[in-house]
Write a protein that binds this ligand. Sequence first.
Ligand SMILES: Cc1cc2nc3c(=O)[nH]c(=O)nc-3n(C[C@H](O)[C@H](O)[C@H](O)COP(=O)(O)O)c2cc1C
Length: 174
Amino acid sequence: MKIIIYGTVYGSSKRYAEILSKKYNMEMKSFNEIKDINIYDEIIYIGSLYAGGVLGMKKTLNKIKDLTNKKIIIATCGVADPLDAENIEAIRNNMKKQLKEEIFNIAKIYHIRGAIDYTKLSGKHKFMMKLLYKKCIKIPEEERTPDMRGLIETYDKQVDFISEDYIKELEKEV
Ligand SMILES: Cc1cc2nc3c(=O)[nH]c(=O)nc-3n(C[C@H](O)[C@H](O)[C@H](O)COP(=O)(O)O)c2cc1C
Protein backbone atom coordinates (compact mmCIF):
# COMPACT_ATOMS: atom_id res chain seq x y z
CA MET A 1 0.00 0.00 0.00
CA LYS A 2 1.20 3.50 -0.83
CA ILE A 3 0.90 6.65 1.27
CA ILE A 4 1.99 10.26 1.38
CA ILE A 5 2.61 11.45 4.92
CA TYR A 6 3.16 15.07 5.77
CA GLY A 7 4.44 16.89 8.84
CA THR A 8 3.31 20.51 8.83
CA VAL A 9 2.47 23.39 11.16
CA TYR A 10 1.44 26.10 8.68
CA GLY A 11 0.55 24.03 5.61
CA SER A 12 3.57 24.05 3.24
CA SER A 13 4.29 20.33 3.45
CA LYS A 14 0.59 19.60 3.14
CA ARG A 15 0.41 21.67 -0.04
CA TYR A 16 3.18 19.58 -1.60
CA ALA A 17 1.46 16.40 -0.39
CA GLU A 18 -1.77 17.57 -2.03
CA ILE A 19 -0.05 18.16 -5.36
CA LEU A 20 1.38 14.63 -5.34
CA SER A 21 -1.76 13.04 -3.97
CA LYS A 22 -3.91 14.54 -6.75
CA LYS A 23 -1.41 13.81 -9.50
CA TYR A 24 -0.74 10.18 -8.55
CA ASN A 25 -4.02 9.41 -6.88
CA MET A 26 -2.37 8.48 -3.63
CA GLU A 27 -3.78 8.58 -0.14
CA MET A 28 -2.33 11.31 2.10
CA LYS A 29 -2.32 11.74 5.86
CA SER A 30 -0.71 13.91 8.51
CA PHE A 31 1.95 12.05 10.50
CA ASN A 32 -0.21 12.28 13.60
CA GLU A 33 -3.02 10.38 11.87
CA ILE A 34 -0.84 7.34 11.14
CA LYS A 35 -1.86 4.44 13.35
CA ASP A 36 0.34 1.69 11.92
CA ILE A 37 3.18 2.68 9.60
CA ASN A 38 3.99 -1.00 8.96
CA ILE A 39 0.96 -1.53 6.70
CA TYR A 40 2.54 0.64 3.97
CA ASP A 41 5.21 -0.56 1.57
CA GLU A 42 5.73 2.72 -0.28
CA ILE A 43 6.00 5.83 1.85
CA ILE A 44 6.54 9.40 0.74
CA TYR A 45 7.26 11.49 3.81
CA ILE A 46 7.18 15.26 3.40
CA GLY A 47 8.24 17.01 6.58
CA SER A 48 8.88 20.66 7.35
CA LEU A 49 12.10 21.78 8.94
CA TYR A 50 11.94 23.22 12.42
CA ALA A 51 15.35 24.14 13.90
CA GLY A 52 16.95 21.44 11.77
CA GLY A 53 14.48 18.70 12.72
CA VAL A 54 12.06 17.19 10.19
CA LEU A 55 8.62 17.49 11.77
CA GLY A 56 7.22 14.10 12.81
CA MET A 57 9.75 12.08 10.81
CA LYS A 58 11.59 10.40 13.66
CA LYS A 59 8.42 9.49 15.51
CA THR A 60 6.78 8.09 12.39
CA LEU A 61 9.48 6.37 10.34
CA ASN A 62 11.51 4.86 13.18
CA LYS A 63 8.48 2.65 13.93
CA ILE A 64 9.03 0.70 10.71
CA LYS A 65 9.97 -2.82 11.78
CA ASP A 66 10.84 -4.65 8.58
CA LEU A 67 12.45 -2.83 5.67
CA THR A 68 12.17 -5.73 3.22
CA ASN A 69 10.59 -4.47 -0.02
CA LYS A 70 9.94 -1.05 1.45
CA LYS A 71 10.36 2.10 -0.54
CA ILE A 72 10.91 5.23 1.51
CA ILE A 73 11.10 8.68 -0.01
CA ILE A 74 11.67 11.66 2.25
CA ALA A 75 11.41 15.33 1.32
CA THR A 76 12.37 18.06 3.76
CA CYS A 77 10.62 21.39 3.36
CA GLY A 78 12.21 24.59 4.64
CA VAL A 79 12.88 28.21 3.72
CA ALA A 80 16.65 27.90 3.30
CA ASP A 81 17.77 27.25 -0.29
CA PRO A 82 17.28 23.50 -0.93
CA LEU A 83 19.70 23.57 -3.87
CA ASP A 84 22.61 24.81 -1.78
CA ALA A 85 25.09 21.97 -1.19
CA GLU A 86 26.06 23.21 2.26
CA ASN A 87 22.41 23.36 3.31
CA ILE A 88 21.77 19.85 1.97
CA GLU A 89 24.74 18.51 3.91
CA ALA A 90 23.57 20.15 7.14
CA ILE A 91 20.01 18.84 6.71
CA ARG A 92 21.23 15.31 5.98
CA ASN A 93 23.61 15.30 8.94
CA ASN A 94 20.68 16.22 11.15
CA MET A 95 18.50 13.56 9.56
CA LYS A 96 21.16 10.94 10.29
CA LYS A 97 20.79 11.76 13.97
CA GLN A 98 17.00 11.53 13.82
CA LEU A 99 16.58 8.33 11.82
CA LYS A 100 17.62 4.75 12.44
CA GLU A 101 20.71 4.06 10.37
CA GLU A 102 19.09 1.36 8.21
CA ILE A 103 16.20 3.67 7.36
CA PHE A 104 18.47 6.60 6.53
CA ASN A 105 20.51 4.30 4.28
CA ILE A 106 17.63 3.09 2.13
CA ALA A 107 15.66 6.35 2.02
CA LYS A 108 15.71 8.47 -1.12
CA ILE A 109 16.09 11.99 0.20
CA TYR A 110 14.98 15.25 -1.44
CA HIS A 111 14.86 18.87 -0.33
CA ILE A 112 12.11 21.27 -1.28
CA ARG A 113 11.32 24.87 -0.44
CA GLY A 114 8.31 25.97 1.54
CA ALA A 115 6.75 29.22 2.63
CA ILE A 116 6.67 31.47 5.65
CA ASP A 117 4.25 34.18 6.66
CA TYR A 118 5.31 36.06 9.76
CA THR A 119 1.83 37.50 10.23
CA LYS A 120 0.59 33.93 10.83
CA LEU A 121 3.37 32.59 13.07
CA SER A 122 2.47 31.61 16.62
CA GLY A 123 3.78 33.85 19.41
CA LYS A 124 6.30 31.16 20.35
CA HIS A 125 7.62 30.82 16.79
CA LYS A 126 7.78 34.60 16.31
CA PHE A 127 9.80 34.90 19.49
CA MET A 128 12.16 32.07 18.47
CA MET A 129 12.72 33.63 15.05
CA LYS A 130 13.36 37.05 16.58
CA LEU A 131 16.05 35.64 18.86
CA LEU A 132 17.62 33.68 16.01
CA TYR A 133 17.50 36.67 13.69
CA LYS A 134 19.23 38.90 16.24
CA LYS A 135 21.91 36.24 16.67
CA CYS A 136 22.37 35.72 12.91
CA ILE A 137 22.77 39.36 11.93
CA LYS A 138 25.69 39.68 14.34
CA ILE A 139 27.57 36.96 12.46
CA PRO A 140 29.75 38.24 9.59
CA GLU A 141 28.11 37.55 6.21
CA GLU A 142 30.78 35.17 4.96
CA GLU A 143 30.43 33.02 8.07
CA ARG A 144 26.66 32.62 7.86
CA THR A 145 25.27 29.14 7.12
CA PRO A 146 22.57 28.71 4.42
CA ASP A 147 19.81 28.40 7.02
CA MET A 148 20.99 31.65 8.64
CA ARG A 149 20.89 33.30 5.20
CA GLY A 150 17.41 31.87 4.58
CA LEU A 151 16.21 33.24 7.89
CA ILE A 152 17.66 36.72 7.30
CA GLU A 153 16.26 36.90 3.72
CA THR A 154 12.75 35.99 4.83
CA TYR A 155 12.64 37.55 8.30
CA ASP A 156 9.36 39.30 9.11
CA LYS A 157 8.06 38.79 5.56
CA GLN A 158 5.45 36.75 3.74
CA VAL A 159 7.26 34.53 1.24
CA ASP A 160 6.02 31.58 -0.73
CA PHE A 161 8.57 29.47 -2.61
CA ILE A 162 6.25 26.52 -3.18
CA SER A 163 6.68 25.27 -6.71
CA GLU A 164 6.18 22.00 -8.59
CA ASP A 165 9.73 22.43 -9.88
CA TYR A 166 11.06 21.37 -6.49
CA ILE A 167 9.34 17.98 -6.67
CA LYS A 168 10.26 17.09 -10.25
CA GLU A 169 13.17 14.86 -9.22
CA LEU A 170 11.16 13.23 -6.45
CA GLU A 171 8.35 12.46 -8.92
CA LYS A 172 10.68 10.17 -10.85
CA GLU A 173 10.50 7.84 -7.84
CA VAL A 174 6.73 7.74 -7.57
C1 LIG B 1 10.54 28.15 14.59
C2 LIG B 1 10.91 27.88 13.15
C3 LIG B 1 12.08 27.17 12.86
C4 LIG B 1 12.43 26.94 11.50
N1 LIG B 1 13.59 26.23 11.23
C5 LIG B 1 13.97 26.06 9.94
C6 LIG B 1 15.19 25.38 9.62
O1 LIG B 1 15.91 24.89 10.47
N2 LIG B 1 15.52 25.28 8.31
C7 LIG B 1 14.74 25.81 7.30
O2 LIG B 1 15.09 25.70 6.11
N3 LIG B 1 13.56 26.42 7.57
C8 LIG B 1 13.17 26.55 8.87
N4 LIG B 1 11.99 27.18 9.17
C9 LIG B 1 11.08 27.56 8.06
C10 LIG B 1 10.04 26.48 7.82
O3 LIG B 1 10.65 25.22 7.63
C11 LIG B 1 9.23 26.84 6.57
O4 LIG B 1 8.54 28.03 6.81
C12 LIG B 1 8.29 25.73 6.16
O5 LIG B 1 7.78 25.97 4.88
C13 LIG B 1 7.17 25.59 7.17
O6 LIG B 1 6.46 24.44 6.87
P1 LIG B 1 4.93 24.23 7.24
O7 LIG B 1 4.17 25.38 6.61
O8 LIG B 1 4.62 22.92 6.55
O9 LIG B 1 4.82 24.15 8.71
C14 LIG B 1 11.60 27.41 10.48
C15 LIG B 1 10.43 28.12 10.77
C16 LIG B 1 10.08 28.35 12.10
C17 LIG B 1 8.82 29.12 12.39
